[in-house]
Design a protein around this ligand. Structure first.
Ligand SMILES: [Zn+2]
Length: 458
């Protein structure tokens, strides 16, 4: 099966050029001018941009929370991802404390295998540390899991500093890498008690007040000192603010390797969303860490431009407005998380490229190339070049549209970007050479594959 994409602008992290792309079966075969192939299906891509398939390295599909589960599972989440140009998601397998890593991995395979429209892989959450878990690390690497996740907050998942140190040393030995959710659990807990005592139990804006920027920055700074002690590279996931960025830069100046991720909600929105007098609207934006100020968003854009932030993922963790009702009388009971896997490409193109905050190559780096390198899939993914998987997003920069939740495939029931006018849209998506999305319609079923990953090459 051959497909010839004619005259598109091929975007890679090192530049863009107008060229033809010949796809043969599931791989990119050739890139050049005036390619002829008599037996190929020809797609005219004049005026369109061709990006390497976007990678979303931070999703939570089918995640149990309190007495409920996220609105999107791998079936709906994978379809939403693919439609938005994301050809690969890396979700967080999440065993509970006391369970083995293998049990967590098996559970996540059961959720995803045979049900996911895009390709997928897993990070492994370490929320417990003992000899058994350490022994299991080798099995995880053998299963293609080279990246992990630890929490400095949430009592059900957080590890004490000593265990984080031990776990990082064990990962370092194996060439692994770990992402961290950084917020100071103790301060948050104390502030929650204060806010409730002051009568803010039913106020959504108490959520951001309970976890200010410096609470995140403190945890980033502490984690980076633990990483210094363990001499292990780390990833700060969902970085939201200027103070946290400064701590990351401090560690880099000491010679540490630190990668940083941010998300569209932190780049495009500001904390005024929490002061909406309509509970349902305000609660729909509750996530942790919370959305910050406009100034923080500006600092994140700048950090992306100068290479201080490497990736933009979504932290897609969707709860419907009905599920968000759980917190109407107590802001700490609002299920935290936003949907986003379906809209990231168009949002970043609009707010980043079209508004001249980043170039096409910068967008490609943050959404495709850097996640592929960081998570051990480059150059198979994250690049339009001969030999790479033919995961290609055909983006029409002139097909603007308004984001409407009713038109999205996600089962979240809302989008934080309702009414947002995009510059352009995803018009076609190829997944390993197969046309999988055309004009917003999904073609084909859950044909995503599980990917084993190599070590980080960023
Ligand atoms: Zn997350």
């Amino acid at each position: 099966m051959k497909t010839l994409l004619k005259n598109g602008t091929v975007v890679n992290a090192d530049g863009s050029r107008i060229a033809d792309v010949l796809i043969c079966n599931d791989k990119i075969k050739l890139i050049g001018e005036n390619i002829r192939s008599d037996d190929a299906a020809v797609v005219d891509c004049s005026g369109k941009l061709l990006f390497p398939g976007f990678i979303d390295a931070h999703t939570h599909f089918d995640l149990p929370f309190a007495a409920t589960t996220t609105a999107d599972d791998f079936y709906t989440g994978g379809r939403a991802a693919l439609r938005g140009g994301t050809t690969l998601v890396i979700d967080f397998a999440c065993p509970n404390k006391g369970e083995s890593l293998q049990y967590g991995l098996d559970t996540w395979h059961q959720k995803a295998d045979g049900r996911t429209a895009c390709d997928y892989s897993f990070h492994m959450t370490i929320d417990d540390w003992n000899e058994g878990i350490e022994r299991e690390l080798d099995d995880m690497f053998a299963a293609g899991i080279t990246s992990f996740k630890m929490y400095l907050t949430y009592p059900a998942m957080m590890l004490p500093d000593g265990d984080i140190y031990r776990a990082l040393k064990a990962l370092k030995k194996r060439g692994g890498i770990c992402g961290f959710h950084c917020e100071n659990a103790g301060i948050i807990d104390a502030r929650v008690q204060e806010l409730k005592a002051e009568g803010h139990r039913a106020d959504v804006y108490a959520h951001p007040l309970s976890r200010p920027d410096y609470v995140e920055a403190e945890a980033v700074a502490r984690l980076l000192r633990i990483a210094q002690a363990a001499d292990c590279p780390v990833i700060i996931v969902h970085t939201t603010n200027h103070a946290a960025l400064r701590e990351i830069e401090n560690a880099r100046r000491r010679g540490q390797t630190v990668y940083a991720e941010t998300c569209p909600q932190y780049l495009l929105l500001d904390d005024s969303v929490y002061y909406d007098s309509d509970y349902s609207r305000a609660a729909s934006f509750v996530c942790a860490p919370p959305i910050r100020t406009k100034k923080d968003a500006d600092a994140l854009w700048r950090a992306l431009r100068i290479g201080q932030i490497q990736t933009i993922s979504t932290d897609h963790c969707s709860f419907t407005p009905e599920q968000k009702e759980m917190g109407r009388t107590d802001f700490t009971k609002i299920p935290g998380g936003l949907p986003g896997v379906e809209t990231r490409g168009e949002l970043i193109f609009t707010a980043g490229v079209a508004r001249r905050r980043m170039g096409l190559s910068g967008m490609c780096r943050a959404l495709s190339e850097n996640p592929a390198k960081l998570y051990g899939l480059f150059p198979r993914k994250g690049l339009i070049a001969p030999g790479s998987d033919a995961d290609i997003v055909v983006y029409d920069p002139f097909a603007s549209h308004i984001l409407r939740s009713q038109e999205l495939l996600s089962h979240a029931g809302y989008t934080p970007f309702e009414g947002f006018r995009t510059e352009g849209s995803v018009s076609r998506v190829f997944l390993r050479g197969r046309l999988a999305v055309e004009n917003g319609a999904l073609l084909g079923g859950p044909e995503g594959r599980y990917l084993k990953r190599n070590l980080c090459s960023l």
